[in-house]
Design a protein around this ligand. Sequence first.
Ligand code: NAP
Length: 315
Amino acid sequence: MTLPALLAIGAYADWDVPDMQEGFDLLQIASASALAGVDVARRQGIKAVAYKGHNPFGATEMDLLPSLEIIANYGVGYDAIDVEAATKRGVRVTNTPDVLNDDVADLAVAMLLSFTRNMAFNAAWQARGDWAEKGDPPLARKFSGARAGIMGLGRIGREIADRLAAFKMEIHYHSRSKKNTPAGWVWHETPEGLAAACDYMVVALVGGKATENYVSRDVIAAMGADAVIANISRGTTIDEDALLEALEAGHIRGAALDVFRVEPQFDPRFLALKNVYLQPHQGSATVETRKGMGALQRANIRAHLAGKRLLTPVN
Ligand code: NAP
């Protein structure tokens, strides 16, 4: 029996590979840009792509795979994949929602706490011996009880809001429509309205063209001078130049960022700032969650090839 051909694009963990070999004729490449170099006969037989990464996977790549039926994305954010081009070609797209909500929400809270309680600065203070030499480090700022704002109350946004509510925070949010929330949560019709109403604003929007610069220069200008912004969504959702200018000028207190406009070669201006806390896109980066994401990615591929309903379809 000939096994269905599966093309895995991106860097996978050791535990993913044996499962991708189970029942598949597996071909692995590091990135979509290597696709054109794959032997034509091999390419022509590929029905399924397991996609991992943030480089674009669009019409050009799809046209190199004439038998393609499904692109299963590793991650909930599928902004790298041209879904319209896939739909046009009858190619199904899937993603991995929900299994990563907890980790991304945990990281959002951890980043805000780390920023506002000066965790990195204080750890370095202690490691250098400054405690004994210079005494206590400068005071930090209080987190619990402040006003939280969630830009995009989707699956991850809701998990973040639930966590911040446990920190006795007032919860404000902006989504395109009012959500069913616990009593007392305040909906803001506009992103500017949310920005003006909170001390800690977390961006949890989807990425892609539709939300590009959603947190615009005007939204950043609406934030108070004492306000902090966090982004765990995609670098594209914030006007990064406007954010850098606001941080450089001290127009806002700070930023805690896991995602950047360009990754991993992010804007070096961030490194010159003292009022930022930066993470290298670590939202879902735990062993447990990454195993769950890989398992869901492959479950979608197997369901499709068995003629069953996709578990988490995008189109
Ligand atoms: P989700 O449930 O689909 O929620 C997305 C939010 O984006 C919703 O609040 C939705 O608004 C809003 N939205 C969608 N399209 C919009 C538009 N055109 N204009 C304005 N708002 C729009 O997604 P999720 O599962 O929470 O994931 C959110 C994002 O987190 C992912 O797409 C991904 O990019 C990012 N993420 C990052 C990491 C990381 O490592 N940092 C890990 C996982 C995910 P409505 O409520 O109005 O519908």
